[in-house]
Design a protein around this ligand. Sequence first.
Ligand code: HEC
Length: 130
Amino acid sequence: MSLLKFACASLFSLTLAQAAVAADCAADSSHGAQIFNTECGVCHAVKKDVTGMMGPNLNGVIGRKSGSLAGFSYSQAMRSKDVTWQAETIAELITQPQAYVPGTYMPYMGLASKDDREAVVCFLKSKEAL
Ligand code: HEC
């Protein structure tokens, strides 16, 4: 009985630990890379200093203020959005860009799967200093 209790307790803490790992993105980001390539890469680069894409470069986007990358022509909507891009705010943006930033130039319908949104954010976090 006590062994069973122990087993349950450790299973529970394992689940919590896994959730924490997912939240800080210690997990492998290859799924995120794949999502990025199919969903975002046509308009965004993550490699440092790549310009000329339709969307702003997303290298180091975590912690950046919305609409603030020098040299990129943002919509007025994005410039006045006034958020800092973190996992949560990016996840909200890519759920439904036009709802989160009405009037945005980002012509993207949104990423329906929560898992995919988290994976792509983890991928972006891994590109903070590329
Ligand atoms: C069809 C082109 C296109 C696609 C696809 C696209 N974006 Fe964008 N994205 C843009 C454009 C254009 C902007 C600038 C929007 C504005 O100025 O209103 C933008 C802005 C952003 C911003 C704000 C950056 C900043 O500097 O403030 C983030 C974050 C972002 N996109 C993430 C993503 C992610 C993640 C995906 C994939 C899930 C994605 N985008 C898919 C075109 C795109």
